[in-house]
Design a binder for this molecule. Structure first.
Ligand SMILES: Nc1nc2c(ncn2[C@@H]2O[C@H](COP(=O)(O)OP(=O)(O)O)[C@@H](O)[C@H]2O)c(=O)[nH]1
Ligand SMILES: [Mg+2]
Ligand SMILES: [Zn+2]
Length: 368
């Protein structure tokens, strides 16, 4: 145990690695003269309380006053590496990537007031886009998740669960292959264990995998199968023991026997687009390729003459639903982009207001 006590940084680094610490973070820490004894990873985050681990033991921490009062600073989220003193989280170590929450229905609600992207999880290597081969199955939703995941700089894997419900689930696999170019697609079933070995590859030592998908997709069942015992309450369990057994809010990061770290995060299904990502281009590489043959370089593929994308949609080469989904996300991203420019402007104004106050204070002091 190293809380409060000191430990050689070599040992500290070793324990942290069990939770995904790696050379890149270590270089960063060394560059910022961060004492590894104070580093911990956030297993779950509530408003004023964080469950963190140093790789050896867990503890509950509170945010420092500085974190609490300066909302422009990174506020800890699940998956973050943080600096801890006693039981107080001092700050977040720069993130590799971030998943952000969308503000559902907030478009246009707050006229004038701009909300910023709200991070919900950080430092993720791979995302399992979990989709049940039941009513949950929806190609457009998979496209959406792919775009979101690419946008955040995370590698996607499409996981099609409940394969046991079908005679020949391979047909679904082929259908998804046509919208997820070059993405690993895995058919799984917790009834017969198929596909689990393919998933385990991604849970290699130091790798953090987040499971995204609708409620009921089979994420917790998958976590249990991969772990080898029931560590997550599934819908089946909740039903059998009745209400009041919702462990989904407790620990969101699980150190897996394979050496990797799995994030079963219920809130994650609300993720929204962040600005400036390459998600659309990566997910819709077919549209991007078609666009190269459009007459105009800045073709919006909506009404222009000589548009190769519209032509492909008309001939059926490109599915109209796919094009529609692309446009929908394009509009959302344009909105996010515009909003973030606006919010940068607000932040700048805020900063200047602070500077102006400071100057006024200094001038006052000078008078006496
Ligand atoms: N037939 C079948 N049912 C499954 C499979 N995986 C999960 N389920 C069921 O799907 C429901 C939702 O599973 P759960 O893991 O709680 O989903 P979560 O909300 O994504 O965590 C439960 O009733 C599970 O028993 C599977 O591979 N095959
Ligand atoms: Mg669950
Ligand atoms: Zn075009």
């Amino acid at each position: 145990m190293k809380w409060g006590k000191t430990m050689t940084s070599h040992i500290a680094s070793g324990s942290l690695r069990r939770f995904g610490w790696n050379d890149a973070f270590e270089r960063l820490a060394t560059g910022q003269a961060i004492d590894l004894d104070r580093v911990a990873r956030v297993l779950s985050a509530q408003r004023d309380q964080f469950l963190v681990t140093d790789g050896q033991s867990e503890r509950l921490c509170t945010p420092s006053g500085k974190l609490r009062h300066h909302r422009h600073l990174d506020y800890p989220v699940t998956g973050d590496w943080v600096l801890v003193d006693e039981s107080v989280v001092q700050r977040v170590i720069p993130r590799k990537n971030t998943l952000c929450r969308g503000e559902a229905g907030s478009r246009g609600k707050q006229a004038g007031e701009v909300q910023r992207e709200q991070p919900i999880a950080a430092n993720i290597d791979t995302a399992f886009i979990v989709s049940g081969l039941d009513r949950d199955y929806n190609l457009r939703r998979i496209e959406r998740f792919l775009t979101l995941v690419y946008n955040c700089g995370i590698a996607p894997v499409v996981v099609l669960t409940k394969a046991d419900l079908h005679e020949s689930p391979g047909a679904f696999l082929h259908e998804v292959e046509r919208i997820a170019f070059g993405v690993p697609i895995v058919l799984t079933s917790t009834k017969d264990g198929r596909g689990l070995d393919e998933l385990r590859i991604h849970l290699d030592v130091g790798q953090t995998v987040a499971m995204l998908g609708s409620s009921g997709a089979g994420k917790s069942s998958l976590a249990n199968m991969l772990y080898g015992s029931d560590i997550r309450a599934t819908a089946a369990v909740s039903e059998s023991v009745g209400k009041g057994r919702h462990t989904t809010t407790s620990r969101e990061l699980i150190a897996m026997p394979q050496g990797g770290i799995l994030m079963d995060n219920p809130g994650i299904r609300e993720i929204a687009f962040s600005k400036g990502g390459e998600g659309l281009a990566a997910t819709f590489s077919d549209i991007r390729e078609l666009a190269e043959s459009c007459r105009f370089a800045d073709c919006s593929h909506r009404h222009e003459p000589g548009c190769a994308v519209l032509r492909a949609a008309a001939t059926g080469e490109l599915l109209p639903e796919r094009l529609e989904n692309y446009r929908k996300m394009q509009r959302e991203m344009e909105y996010v982009q515009a909003r973030s420019e606006k919010s940068a402007d607000c932040v700048e104004k805020e900063r200047w207001r602070d500077v102006a106050l400071e100057i006024r204070r200094m001038n006052k002091r000078k008078k006496y």
